[in-house]
Write a protein that binds this ligand. Sequence first.
Ligand code: F6P
Length: 192
Amino acid sequence: PRSIFFSRHGESQYNVEGKIGGDSPLSERGMKYATALPALITDNIGDAPLTVWTSTLQRTIQTAQHLSYNKLTWKSLDELDAGVCDGMTYEEIEQAYPEDFANRDEDKFNYRYRGGESYRDVVVRLEPVIMELERQENILIIGHQAILRCLYAYFHNLPQADLPYIKIPLHTVIKLTPKAYGCDEERYTLPI
Ligand code: F6P
């Protein structure tokens, strides 16, 4: 059976600073994850063919850099666009846009950042990615928190309202094996 692997990029500089969005490079810890990732993947699939998909943002490309498989970058895999809040911390957003902050808490799936996107928008832009994923063999997606929540919810058939709260931790590979109904799941966390 074929498998779909999901991983967030390694810890980024913005993750360390608590800032959202942006296009920051990996932190030193994130680099260690990138270095450890190839062994985890080969232990899992041996010499079976695999294709690696990343976003266009450098933190996913850096995370994939030591993997020697064919790679593809997808603009549609870029992180949810936080618009005017891009590069801010949650505290800064709450200060600058208190109403928006409250609205997001009220309906996180539908809340659209000013000049940016909602989770609903992201689900729509991921449709071509999902169609291609359904046709492919083994794929490893190195992505972002909001993006992987949407893809994960699709494969596990989870309700929209729960989707923005799915836990997709850093430095963890999630392996999904589609079955006739639903998917089997395994998780591997690297102690980094
Ligand atoms: O903090 C990392 C991050 O990927 C941000 O870039 C993004 O805005 C956020 O997570 C998405 O998570 P949430 O929707 O819970 O704010």
